[in-house]
Design a protein around this ligand. Structure first.
Ligand code: PMP
Length: 391
């Protein structure tokens, strides 16, 4: 059978993740220091793991409500109110999902008709474009630039809006750049959403991981935004819970109801042990993530200093756990050739910036949520590599 001819046309046009392609080169190599995968280096804090262990001991292994455990939704409602100054009714305005990944997917599928356009800033998380395409929408990336520290300019958003635009997707702090959005621009972007009657999906997955005493402000907090926003958040990054696969979406009831229909026929519910662990994570709150946040800030300071000292142009990102140095000016190499060369010569893995969109092609992404002693070694090796290729 010609299986290829049986595959969906929609899927055929979607490339594999550039990160995955690159990391197949690393699989099986034990000598490589990886600054590649975007996840915390520490396991989930112990009290959270313990809550899940206890739940298994008690035999809590059932399905939950499609929307998620009520105790978790109540916890989410309190947490979101505190962090984003916005109230959501735990009974009907919150859905617990299998990671922010699922929340994004069901949000797109709940609102998009074929041909609807979705604007988002690029370089961005690798799944946005493909998730939009899989929901039969049209991805419309907006380039952000190193000279703006990858902030999104409201003037660029305005240029990208057409009568077909239905959704704007935001992610600050941003994967892969660590960028944060100036409040003045965010305010103007909110006004554009209201003016053009757009929905806004705001991916807040890194919102706890902010540096230099910054306070987070989400677009949902601006006038006229709550009614048109889906706030997407989860436990993977701040609470070091990537493997638990747990996220959530908060939005007005008709949107949650629509998302719930897709969720109930595909996932049914998120795993109960992960939900119980998440209840504990929210109880712990900043006590669980603050030590990790502080240590990311120290590592960011170290990595940014070293990258600039070796002659790469790297701005000081305000959040997340990524740096996105520009490598082409100093070495003449594209992001891809730099990453391949660094892996071959020095056994250090970083991700070519082009994996996050064409506007990142002269950059590489380094995740510094890696043991500090390995970061020192990785920076020393990168310096040797940069010296060899200095223009
Ligand atoms: N959004 C962004 C911006 C991310 O970086 C990631 C994970 N790398 C996700 C969503 C998906 O996270 P989750 O583990 O909650 O599915």
């Amino acid at each position: 059978m010609d299986i290829d001819s049986k595959l969906s046309d929609q899927l055929r046009g979607i490339p594999r993740s550039g990160i995955r392609d690159f990391f197949e080169l690393v699989i099986g190599r034990t000598d490589v220091i990886s600054l590649g995968v975007g996840e915390p280096d520490k396991p989930t804090p112990w009290p959270i793991r313990e809550a899940a262990i206890r739940s298994l001991e008690k035999g809590q292994t059932s399905y939950t409500s499609n929307l998620g455990l009520e105790s978790l939704r109540i916890g989410i409602s309190k947490y979101v109110e505190e962090h984003f100054r916005t109230h959501y009714d735990p009974k009907k305005e919150i859905i617990v999902t299998v990671g922010v990944s699922e929340a994004l997917d069901i949000a797109f599928r709940a609102v998009l008709n074929p041909g609807d356009e979705v604007v988002f800033h690029q370089p961005c998380y690798v799944s946005y474009g493909p998730s939009i395409t899989m929901a039969y929408g049209v991805p419309v990336p907006i380039n952000t630039r190193l000279e703006d520290e990858f902030a999104l300019l409201a003037s660029d958003v305005e240029k990208a809006i057409t009568p077909k635009t239905k959704v704007l997707v935001l992610n600050f702090p941003t994967n892969p750049t660590g960028a944060i959005e100036p409040v003045e621009e965010l305010e103007k972007i909110a006004a554009l959403c209201v003016k053009h009657d757009l929905l806004c999906f705001t991916d807040e997955i890194y919102s706890e991981l902010l540096f230099d005493n910054r306070k987070h402000k989400s677009i949902v907090e601006f006038p006229g935004m709550r009614e048109r926003t889906v706030l997407l958040h989860g436990f993977s990054k701040a609470f070091a819970m990537t493997g638990w696969r747990l996220g959530y979406a908060c939005a007005p009831q008709p949107l949650i109801e629509a998302m719930m229909k897709i969720h109930q026929y595909t996932m049914l519910c998120a795993p109960i042990m992960s939900q119980i662990a998440a209840v504990e994570a929210l109880k712990q709150g900043a006590e669980a993530y603050e030590p990790m946040r502080q240590s990311y800030e120290e590592r960011r300071n170290f990595v940014v200093k070293r990258l600039n000292e070796m002659g790469l142009n790297c701005f000081n990102p305000g959040g997340a756990f990524y740096v996105f140095p520009e490598v082409t000016t100093a070495t003449g190499l594209s992001g891809k050739d730099f990453a391949l060369g660094l892996l071959q010569d020095q056994s250090v893995a970083v991700v070519p910036g082009g994996a996050f969109g064409p506007s990142g092609e002269t950059c590489v992404r380094c995740c510094y949520a890696t043991a500090p002693e390995l970061l020192v070694q990785a920076m020393d090796s990168m310096e040797v590599f940069v010296k060899k290729h200095q223009k």
